[in-house]
Design a protein around this ligand. Structure first.
Ligand code: MD6
Ligand code: FE
Length: 210
Protein backbone atom coordinates (compact mmCIF):
# COMPACT_ATOMS: atom_id res chain seq x y z
CA UNK A 1 0.00 0.00 0.00
CA UNK A 2 1.56 3.30 -1.02
CA UNK A 3 0.74 5.97 1.49
CA UNK A 4 1.93 9.43 0.66
CA UNK A 5 2.18 11.96 3.45
CA UNK A 6 0.19 14.94 2.28
CA UNK A 7 0.38 18.39 3.74
CA UNK A 8 -2.92 19.29 5.38
CA UNK A 9 -3.77 15.70 6.23
CA UNK A 10 -6.03 16.00 9.27
CA UNK A 11 -5.04 14.62 12.68
CA UNK A 12 -7.69 12.61 14.56
CA UNK A 13 -9.32 14.53 17.41
CA UNK A 14 -10.05 11.29 19.22
CA UNK A 15 -8.99 7.65 19.07
CA UNK A 16 -11.31 4.99 20.54
CA UNK A 17 -10.08 1.40 20.56
CA UNK A 18 -7.78 2.30 17.67
CA UNK A 19 -10.55 3.85 15.57
CA UNK A 20 -9.62 7.40 14.52
CA UNK A 21 -12.37 10.01 14.82
CA UNK A 22 -12.31 13.45 13.23
CA UNK A 23 -15.17 15.30 14.95
CA UNK A 24 -16.76 18.01 12.82
CA UNK A 25 -14.29 17.60 9.97
CA UNK A 26 -17.02 18.64 7.51
CA UNK A 27 -18.60 22.04 8.09
CA UNK A 28 -22.26 22.53 7.23
CA UNK A 29 -21.52 23.73 3.68
CA UNK A 30 -19.37 20.66 3.00
CA UNK A 31 -22.06 18.41 4.49
CA UNK A 32 -24.75 20.02 2.32
CA UNK A 33 -22.57 19.66 -0.79
CA UNK A 34 -22.01 15.96 -0.17
CA UNK A 35 -25.66 15.45 0.78
CA UNK A 36 -26.85 16.92 -2.55
CA UNK A 37 -24.58 14.49 -4.43
CA UNK A 38 -25.76 11.54 -2.33
CA UNK A 39 -29.39 12.49 -2.96
CA UNK A 40 -28.63 12.16 -6.69
CA UNK A 41 -26.98 8.78 -6.09
CA UNK A 42 -30.09 7.64 -4.20
CA UNK A 43 -32.42 8.71 -7.04
CA UNK A 44 -30.35 6.82 -9.61
CA UNK A 45 -29.90 3.76 -7.36
CA UNK A 46 -32.67 3.75 -4.73
CA UNK A 47 -31.75 2.38 -1.27
CA UNK A 48 -33.12 -1.10 -0.57
CA UNK A 49 -33.66 -2.94 2.70
CA UNK A 50 -31.35 -5.94 2.27
CA UNK A 51 -32.18 -9.39 3.54
CA UNK A 52 -29.61 -11.43 5.43
CA UNK A 53 -28.61 -14.92 4.36
CA UNK A 54 -31.12 -16.12 6.95
CA UNK A 55 -34.00 -14.23 5.35
CA UNK A 56 -34.23 -11.46 7.96
CA UNK A 57 -34.71 -7.93 6.67
CA UNK A 58 -32.12 -5.44 7.88
CA UNK A 59 -33.57 -2.20 9.28
CA UNK A 60 -31.03 -0.06 7.41
CA UNK A 61 -31.61 0.78 3.74
CA UNK A 62 -28.56 0.56 1.47
CA UNK A 63 -27.27 1.61 -1.89
CA UNK A 64 -23.80 2.26 -3.27
CA UNK A 65 -21.73 4.33 -5.64
CA UNK A 66 -18.57 3.28 -7.44
CA UNK A 67 -17.24 0.24 -9.23
CA UNK A 68 -18.76 -2.08 -6.63
CA UNK A 69 -21.70 -1.98 -4.29
CA UNK A 70 -22.18 -4.10 -1.20
CA UNK A 71 -25.29 -6.28 -1.29
CA UNK A 72 -26.87 -8.90 0.93
CA UNK A 73 -29.60 -11.40 0.13
CA UNK A 74 -30.39 -15.11 0.61
CA UNK A 75 -27.19 -15.89 -1.29
CA UNK A 76 -25.10 -14.06 1.29
CA UNK A 77 -23.02 -10.87 1.54
CA UNK A 78 -20.86 -9.76 -1.38
CA UNK A 79 -19.84 -6.96 -3.68
CA UNK A 80 -21.65 -6.61 -7.01
CA UNK A 81 -21.09 -4.34 -10.01
CA UNK A 82 -24.84 -3.59 -10.27
CA UNK A 83 -27.72 -2.47 -8.10
CA UNK A 84 -30.29 -5.26 -7.50
CA UNK A 85 -32.51 -3.57 -10.16
CA UNK A 86 -29.78 -4.16 -12.77
CA UNK A 87 -28.61 -0.54 -13.14
CA UNK A 88 -24.91 0.23 -12.76
CA UNK A 89 -23.93 1.97 -9.50
CA UNK A 90 -23.51 5.74 -10.01
CA UNK A 91 -19.96 7.10 -9.77
CA UNK A 92 -18.62 8.11 -6.36
CA UNK A 93 -19.24 11.88 -6.07
CA UNK A 94 -16.16 14.10 -6.47
CA UNK A 95 -16.32 15.78 -3.01
CA UNK A 96 -16.42 12.33 -1.40
CA UNK A 97 -13.34 11.24 -3.35
CA UNK A 98 -11.56 14.44 -2.37
CA UNK A 99 -12.29 13.75 1.29
CA UNK A 100 -10.95 10.19 0.97
CA UNK A 101 -7.64 11.36 -0.52
CA UNK A 102 -7.31 14.15 2.04
CA UNK A 103 -7.91 11.99 5.10
CA UNK A 104 -6.25 8.73 4.04
CA UNK A 105 -3.32 10.32 2.21
CA UNK A 106 -3.68 7.57 -0.38
CA UNK A 107 -3.23 8.04 -4.13
CA UNK A 108 -5.55 5.10 -4.82
CA UNK A 109 -9.28 5.84 -5.06
CA UNK A 110 -11.88 3.70 -3.27
CA UNK A 111 -13.91 1.17 -5.27
CA UNK A 112 -17.09 1.48 -3.24
CA UNK A 113 -19.03 4.12 -1.38
CA UNK A 114 -21.68 2.25 0.59
CA UNK A 115 -24.62 4.48 1.53
CA UNK A 116 -26.48 3.41 4.69
CA UNK A 117 -29.81 5.17 5.29
CA UNK A 118 -31.27 5.01 8.81
CA UNK A 119 -34.90 6.03 9.08
CA UNK A 120 -37.22 5.56 12.09
CA UNK A 121 -35.61 3.15 14.54
CA UNK A 122 -33.08 1.60 12.16
CA UNK A 123 -29.86 0.30 13.71
CA UNK A 124 -26.99 -1.98 12.81
CA UNK A 125 -25.71 -4.93 14.81
CA UNK A 126 -22.07 -5.43 15.77
CA UNK A 127 -20.12 -6.65 12.74
CA UNK A 128 -16.74 -6.67 11.06
CA UNK A 129 -16.17 -5.42 7.52
CA UNK A 130 -14.32 -8.29 5.95
CA UNK A 131 -15.72 -8.80 2.46
CA UNK A 132 -12.80 -6.85 0.96
CA UNK A 133 -9.73 -8.58 -0.52
CA UNK A 134 -7.01 -6.67 1.35
CA UNK A 135 -7.44 -5.41 4.93
CA UNK A 136 -4.33 -3.24 4.70
CA UNK A 137 -6.50 -0.58 2.99
CA UNK A 138 -8.42 1.67 5.37
CA UNK A 139 -12.17 2.25 5.54
CA UNK A 140 -13.33 5.84 5.84
CA UNK A 141 -16.77 6.66 7.20
CA UNK A 142 -18.78 9.89 7.01
CA UNK A 143 -21.83 10.63 9.19
CA UNK A 144 -24.62 12.92 7.97
CA UNK A 145 -27.93 13.84 9.57
CA UNK A 146 -29.16 12.56 12.93
CA UNK A 147 -26.73 11.67 15.70
CA UNK A 148 -26.03 8.00 16.28
CA UNK A 149 -24.44 5.92 19.00
CA UNK A 150 -21.54 4.02 17.45
CA UNK A 151 -20.29 0.98 19.39
CA UNK A 152 -16.74 -0.28 19.06
CA UNK A 153 -15.53 -3.65 20.29
CA UNK A 154 -12.49 -5.73 19.55
CA UNK A 155 -11.11 -7.68 16.61
CA UNK A 156 -12.26 -10.85 18.34
CA UNK A 157 -15.94 -11.42 19.13
CA UNK A 158 -17.22 -10.65 22.59
CA UNK A 159 -15.21 -8.74 25.15
CA UNK A 160 -15.59 -5.14 26.22
CA UNK A 161 -17.00 -2.39 23.98
CA UNK A 162 -17.10 1.40 24.13
CA UNK A 163 -19.55 3.73 22.45
CA UNK A 164 -19.59 7.32 21.30
CA UNK A 165 -22.10 9.61 19.62
CA UNK A 166 -21.36 10.46 15.99
CA UNK A 167 -22.74 13.75 14.71
CA UNK A 168 -23.35 15.11 11.23
CA UNK A 169 -20.01 16.04 9.70
CA UNK A 170 -17.95 13.61 11.78
CA UNK A 171 -15.51 11.43 9.87
CA UNK A 172 -13.96 8.22 11.13
CA UNK A 173 -11.16 5.96 9.88
CA UNK A 174 -10.62 2.28 10.59
CA UNK A 175 -7.14 1.24 9.61
CA UNK A 176 -4.12 -0.70 10.75
CA UNK A 177 -4.83 -2.78 13.86
CA UNK A 178 -8.34 -1.24 14.08
CA UNK A 179 -9.34 -2.21 10.53
CA UNK A 180 -11.15 -5.34 11.70
CA UNK A 181 -12.69 -4.27 15.01
CA UNK A 182 -16.34 -5.12 15.59
CA UNK A 183 -18.63 -2.09 15.38
CA UNK A 184 -22.29 -1.20 15.02
CA UNK A 185 -24.97 1.43 15.50
CA UNK A 186 -26.98 1.03 18.73
CA UNK A 187 -29.48 3.76 17.97
CA UNK A 188 -30.14 6.96 16.10
CA UNK A 189 -31.47 10.06 17.84
CA UNK A 190 -34.43 10.86 15.59
CA UNK A 191 -35.04 14.51 14.78
CA UNK A 192 -31.59 15.68 15.98
CA UNK A 193 -30.77 17.11 12.54
CA UNK A 194 -32.52 18.58 9.50
CA UNK A 195 -29.74 17.68 7.06
CA UNK A 196 -31.63 14.81 5.41
CA UNK A 197 -34.87 15.19 3.52
CA UNK A 198 -37.41 12.94 5.19
CA UNK A 199 -35.25 12.76 8.34
CA UNK A 200 -32.82 10.21 9.67
CA UNK A 201 -29.14 9.51 9.26
CA UNK A 202 -26.88 8.65 6.36
CA UNK A 203 -23.51 6.99 6.76
CA UNK A 204 -21.07 6.66 3.89
CA UNK A 205 -18.31 4.06 4.04
CA UNK A 206 -15.53 4.18 1.49
CA UNK A 207 -13.61 1.02 0.73
CA UNK A 208 -11.01 -0.47 -1.56
CA UNK A 209 -12.58 -3.76 -2.58
CA UNK A 210 -10.12 -5.65 -4.79
C1 MD6 B 1 -22.61 3.41 10.42
N1 MD6 B 1 -20.69 2.12 9.96
O1 MD6 B 1 -21.92 4.29 10.90
C2 MD6 B 1 -22.08 2.05 10.19
N2 MD6 B 1 -17.93 0.16 8.88
O2 MD6 B 1 -23.78 3.58 10.13
C3 MD6 B 1 -19.98 1.03 9.65
O3 MD6 B 1 -20.47 -0.06 9.59
C4 MD6 B 1 -18.55 1.20 9.40
O4 MD6 B 1 -18.44 3.42 10.23
C5 MD6 B 1 -16.63 0.21 8.64
C6 MD6 B 1 -15.89 1.32 8.89
C7 MD6 B 1 -16.48 2.42 9.43
C8 MD6 B 1 -17.84 2.38 9.70
FE1 FE C 1 -19.09 -1.62 9.09
Amino acid sequence: MSETERPGRPVPGLVVRGVEIFPGLLDSAAQAGIMAEIAAVMSAAPPVQPETRFGRKMSVRMTSAGKYGWVSDRRGYRYETRHPSGVAWPPIPAPVLTLWHRVTGLARAPDCCLVNLYRDGAKMGLHQDRDEADFSWPILSVSLGDEARFRIGDVTRGGPTESLWLKSGDVLAMRGPARLVHHGIDRVRGGSSTMIEGGGRINLTLRVVD
